[in-house]
Design a protein around this ligand. Structure first.
Ligand SMILES: Cc1ncc(COP(=O)(O)O)c(C=O)c1O
Length: 278
């Protein structure tokens, strides 16, 4: 069993590891150990942005740096090579499986053929993000639109890293966002987006986002593809209650899946020590 990591967008990584696992299983077979199952773990990536858009953003970070918070050259190493997470993935979960088995790797044989030679062990994959990532959107409400002392636009919304903790795993994570009621894509508004916690690290991402227009207080912003790892580390930082989750069916019916927390939920574990001491 292996697990290579998460948001892997390079098919070559899976081919490399499957090749090693097949060799290991063949060696094990020679000494009489029959491998019945090969588990590839998870990690199949998803596209948070289109290919062109993502490449444009990466170029912009390298060229201007003011695309990032504090003008950092995030995501690049000292040789100017992109070494961080890719937010565009060239395959989908379906084509991932096809490519995994049907691509040739060693001696012009496909992995499918090589597995058949091994006696067809069961192949297990543990996809997480690729199944659920694009099944969820997060709605946040704008509280304030302003500028930083260095003249950058900044929009404050009512959900920061406490409710959208993907930021904690990958600080440069960038989601496609748009203003809910506004379909005018002509006038874009480039801005950083921050939550409402009490520290500067509470940014939804360290890369500037392009919104379809300048938001106003009270507007809703839709954050796309938040189905995986969005509330993985969700917390009650600053004693904010956590939000609800609502399932919406294709026919528009909705059903609450996770209840919105109340202030009682946030504080109910506090012990009334005066009462206990009586
Ligand atoms: C053992 C194992 N399998 C599967 C997964 C799912 O990974 P992903 O969501 O990247 O597909 C994880 C997450 O890290 C994991 O640790």
């Amino acid at each position: 069993m292996v697990h290579l990591g998460s948001q892997i967008t390079d098919m070559g990584a899976y081919h490399l590891v499957l090749d090693e696992l097949i060799k290991l299983a063949a060696d094990a077979d020679k000494i009489g150990f029959d491998v019945k199952e090969i588990n590839m773990g998870g990690g199949c990536g998803i596209s948070y942005l289109g290919k062109e858009e993502w490449n444009r953003i990466k170029r912009k970070i390298a060229d201007t740096r003011d695309a990032t918070w504090a003008n950092d050259l995030i995501g690049y190493n000292c040789n100017n090579e992109w070494v961080s997470e890719e937010l565009y993935c060239p395959f989908t979960p379906d084509t991932f499986i096809q490519k995994l088995f049907n691509d040739t790797y060693t001696a012009n044989r496909t992995f499918k053929e090589r597995l058949e030679e091994l006696g067809v062990p069961k192949i297990v994959v543990e996809p997480g993000r690729s199944l659920v990532g694009n099944a969820q959107v997060t709605l946040v409400r704008v509280g304030h639109v302003g500028t930083t002392p260095s003249g950058q636009n900044i929009v404050h919304v009512d959900a920061g890293v406490n409710h959208h903790s993907q930021n904690i795993i990958v600080p440069e994570q960038l989601h496609r966002m748009e203003i809910a009621n506004d379909i005018d894509t002509a006038a874009g508004f480039e801005t950083f987006i921050a939550g409402n916690l009490c520290y500067t690290g509470d940014l939804l991402c360290r890369i500037k986002n392009m919104l379809n227009s300048k938001p106003k207080r009270g507007d809703y912003i839709i954050i796309y593809d938040t189905g995986a790892y969005s509330d993985f580390f969700a917390s009650n930082t600053n004693s904010f209650p956590r939000p609800a989750k609502v399932m919406v069916s294709k026919t528009g019916k909705d059903r609450v899946l996770v209840k919105r927390e109340s202030l009682f939920d946030v504080f109910h574990r506090d012990v009334d020590w005066k009462k206990r001491n009586k």
